[in-house]
Design a protein around this ligand. Structure first.
Ligand SMILES: [Zn+2]
Length: 351
């Protein structure tokens, strides 16, 4: 199931896309991905994965499943910031939903644990309906570009609950972490202290990432996989892949010992390019069908707050629609950790 590096190297076009060569010289690859914003720069088809399949890449899932869906949630907020509450309130009033309005406005009276965004049970229950499991990436830093988010230490029970339900806890690296070894290390230790176990999965906040440096830092910190590589303002296949792969460092001419599970659709990015709900669904369906044809892994990133933020109701509805569609297609819907373990097991049995 290994990516055939030799075969890829022989094809310069594929190799350059696979390694994201163009990003090596980019001085300004910030979270606004100026680099990729120019229209036409987005890679909308998994061309490298297709090339590999045509050249004998064989993917085997359990129970004859044709493709996998890796479900992930970045936990950006635990307590709704003021602008969320305002948008939600207006939305509730417009829709005469006073029960929800009360919940959004007055949860503080009952206590911090009643925050609408402490909704992990709700998300897990929804996924369970479709025999799915997911990953939750939590932040463990006080530094952020926009606002203070939360103290991970306050969430010990939530983390325990997620873990007990066979879902994964990973690190959502802070905005400033992606190029800072000490910072990544510190955040990893902080979340592990609360969880009482080690974490192996990573995604950086705002998808901040520097190729190939971030991968190298993550490997040094003991992460087993990363799932940051994707688009902030569009959907697609940033290095043409819809399969997990070991990244290649063009500077050192070596493979990096970490698995990248490319992130393909993020909620905010998807709705950023959407014109109508119908068109959004068509875009998503096309991507699902394409990944299915490649026996690939479709990684979704749906922010946890979306599930209890009335203003974003459509995002939640679409998520369930995707689960249902993929469930009917008999996809394997699971967490990043499970994808990593499956990929690794196949690698080991081959060696
Ligand atoms: Zn984030």
């Amino acid at each position: 199931m290994d990516v055939d590096i030799k075969k890829l190297k022989q094809n310069k076009e594929m190799w350059d896309i696979f390694t994201r060569k163009e990003e090596y010289n980019s001085k300004h690859l910030d979270h606004f991905e100026i680099h990729n914003l120019k229209k036409g720069k987005y890679i909308t088809k998994p061309i490298v994965s297709k090339f590999l399949i045509e050249n004998n890449l064989k993917i085997n899932y359990l129970e004859n499943k044709k493709f996998a869906v890796c479900l992930t949630h970045d936990v950006d907020d635990i307590y709704p910031p003021l602008h969320h509450t305002l948008l939600s309130s207006l939305y509730c009033i417009k829709n005469l939903n006073f029960k929800q309005l009360k919940k959004q406005l007055f949860w503080k009276n009952s206590g911090k644990e009643y925050s609408p965004y402490r909704n992990f049970k709700e998300i897990i229950d929804l996924e369970e309906k479709y025999s799915a499991k997911s990953s939750f990436y939590f932040m463990a830093t006080n530094k952020d570009i926009k606002r203070f988010r939360y103290h991970i230490e306050d969430l010990e029970n939530d983390l325990g609950f997620i873990w007990d339900n066979d879902c994964e806890i990973g690190l959502h690296g802070g905005y400033y972490a992606y190029n800072n070894l000490g910072e990544i290390k510190k955040e990893k230790e902080r979340i592990e202290k609360v969880l009482g176990k080690s974490v192996i999965g990573y995604r950086n906040h705002y998808l901040m990432f520097k190729i190939p440096d971030t991968w190298e830092l993550l490997e040094k910190c003991g992460f087993k996989y990363d799932t940051t590589m994707g688009y902030n303002y569009g959907v697609g296949f940033r290095n043409g892949m819809c399969h997990p792969f070991k990244p290649f460092n063009l500077n050192s001419n070596k493979e990096i010992d970490i698995l990248e599970i490319p992130m393909i659709i993020m909620d905010s990015a998807l709705f950023n390019v959407s014109i109508s709900i119908e068109q959004t669904w068509e875009t998503v369906k096309n991507i699902i069908n394409t990944v299915e044809k490649c026996n690939g892994v479709l990684t979704l990133s749906w922010h946890s707050e979306v599930f209890n933020w009335p203003f974003r109701e459509n995002w939640k509805i679409l998520y369930e629609k995707i689960l249902k569609y993929c469930y009917e297609k008999n996809a394997w819907m699971t967490s990043g950790e499970e994808i990593y373990r499956w990929w690794n097991k196949n690698e080991e049995s081959k060696n």
